[in-house]
Design a protein. Structure first.
Length: 247
């Protein structure tokens, strides 16, 4: 029994020090030395604070068990690394690709959906070669007529958008919801279009709307979907409305 258990455990969870993907990586190593092993151009996401840097890469080298690896540097020295740390990666991702913070309830909803959706779909929609950009969309006030955003790439930034990008415009009217739940359904619906690739496949009809709604229920957003329908649902007779089929 014990022998089998040990055998299994060493197979499933190789000790980090013996992980071939981390050859040459050690606590305290200077950031510049790590960048020789993990080049900056391969970065997936990153986050900078005055004394701290987080760098996330796709696939730890030679490691078949994990999709992502995040290195944390304090004062330029490697302090730790984590595998598949989704909440950190979301912080990094939204810092770069989410173009507003207010109202906070919308930002929270975006973060929650990225946290809750299936992992492979999360990796798909946060792929920096085809990222999803979250932007504001005003339907009242002076900004409803026009507004501009500027996307800046510095020489520090790893390459992005080789395969284009998706823009998800979140109406400020969503802020009418006091809780993130109904907004999560709206965000998940838009991300489901992206996962299904509706727009690139030219599917922009009511069937595509229903397919997206079916997918978010599969993801576990059935309750939020109901709340959203009550709060933001289109009225009968609205020419743009797609009624859900009864079956
Ligand atoms: Zn839709």
């Amino acid at each position: 029994m014990t022998a089998i258990f040990l055998c299994w455990s060493s197979f499933a969870w190789p000790h980090a020090d013996h992980d071939p993907g981390l050859r040459g990586v050690y606590k305290g190593m200077p950031e510049g030395d790590l960048l020789v092993i993990y080049p900056k151009d391969d970065l997936r996401n990153f986050r900078h604070q005055p004394q701290d840097d987080w760098l996330t890469y796709n696939k730890p080298l030679d490691d078949p068990f994990h999709a992502l690896i995040t290195f944390h540097f304090h004062d330029g020295k490697l302090s730790q690394w984590r595998l598949n740390d989704r909440s950190e990666v979301i912080k990094e991702y939204l810092g770069e690709f989410c173009y507003y913070q207010d109202p906070d309830v919308i930002y929270q909803a975006v973060r929650n959906v990225l946290q809750r959706m299936p992992y492979k779909d999360f990796l798909n929609v946060t792929n920096r070669q085809r990222p999803v950009l979250f932007t504001e969309f005003y339907d009242s006030g002076t900004a409803r007529f026009a507004s501009s955003s500027e996307f800046i790439m510095t020489k520090e930034d790893p390459p992005c958008c080789k395969e284009g990008f998706t823009i998800v415009k979140l109406g400020m009217g969503l802020g009418l919801s006091r809780t993130p739940g109904p907004i999560e359904a709206v965000v998940a619906h838009e991300l489901a279009h992206r996962v299904l690739d509706s727009i690139r496949k030219g599917k922009v009809d009511c069937d595509a709307e229903r397919a997206s709604n079916r997918l978010i229920r599969k993801w576990g957003f059935a309750k939020e979907f109901k709340e959203a329908s009550r709060l933001f649902g289109q009225k009968k007779g609205d020419p743009a409305a797609c009624q859900e089929l009864r079956n």
